[in-house]
Design a protein around this ligand. Structure first.
Ligand SMILES: Nc1ncnc2c1ncn2[C@@H]1O[C@H](COP(=O)(O)OP(=O)(O)OP(=O)(O)O)[C@@H](O)[C@H]1O
Ligand SMILES: [Mg+2]
Length: 230
């Protein structure tokens, strides 16, 4: 059921990669302050979905809307400027640049030079300011990527497998950060970490071979996701 105040609406989205049709008639929505998860096996199309929403891949048909703007057909930087930020799966940072320089690029792109929220969520980045991003651990790099993404105070955050390969203490910290971020934004996370999904998401879309096969809510999330969709 679509609500007029939804932060993100995806209508009948179809996406191909090369010759392969990867996403089929995807419909979804994100309400303000919601943390929604998308789960599915390897190759199900989860990253393709986030890349299509954020402008990195173009759809064959269908559309994506946010706050009355149609995002479909826009370039990634235009989508970002409309408050929809994407944190890719591959933890891509500018390796030869320091943490500070990476954040400066984020500030330049977003026009937001207030780093207080970034440091509040990730105090460790303050200590690492002059370290080259290529020398960060996986967890530190994820902090930098999410920190950079929250510059500009986005309304929608799309985060692809944020905890993949990270130590439990960092996963616990990210869980806290996502919950805090959802007080001012909608968060869509692609995750394979079931305890995390169950702890923070009240709604989960299950993707199988490019199609949403279920939308799970509340208690169903706890039981059905584990049994059927991963
Ligand atoms: N660059 C690409 N070119 C062509 N096909 C691709 C490309 N990247 C992914 N695909 C195909 O698109 C389909 C969906 O891939 P996608 O990366 O979206 O899946 P995923 O659910 O994110 O998987 P994972 O859990 O491994 O990250 C797969 O069949 C994959 O082979
Ligand atoms: Mg993926």
């Amino acid at each position: 059921m679509l609500e007029p105040h939804d932060h993100l609406i995806v209508n009948n989205l179809n996406v191909s990669r090369g010759e392969a049709h990867v996403l089929f008639d995807i419909n979804m929505h994100l309400a303000p302050n919601e943390i929604v998860a998308c789960v599915g096996r390897n190759g199900a199309g989860k990253s393709t979905l986030l890349k299509s929403i954020s402008g990195f891949l173009q759809a064959d048909s269908g559309d994506v809307q946010s706050h009355g703007h149609v995002l479909t057909g826009l370039r990634p930087y235009e989508v970002a400027r409309l408050g929809v930020k994407y944190v890719p799966q591959d933890k891509r940072v500018f390796s030869d640049l320091t943490v500070r320089e990476n954040l400066e690029l984020g500030s330049y792109a977003s026009g937001d030079y207030d780093w207080d929220p970034v440091i509040t969520y990730f105090p460790k980045l303050q200590i690492l300011m002059d370290r080259k991003a290529g020398h960060l651990s996986g967890g530190e790099r994820q902090m930098l990527m999410i920190g950079r993404a929250i510059l500009g105070r986005p309304k929608v955050l799309l985060i692809d497998e944020p905890t993949e390969g990270l130590a439990p203490s960092i996963v616990t910290h990210l869980k806290y950060v996502f919950t805090e971020l959802s007080k001012s934004a909608s968060v869509l996370i692609v995750e394979q970490n079931l305890p995390l999904v169950c702890a923070i998401s009240k709604r989960v879309y299950a993707l199988k071979e490019g199609r949403f096969v279920a939308e799970l809510k509340d208690d169903q999330v706890r039981t059905d996701v584990c049994e059927h969709y991963l």
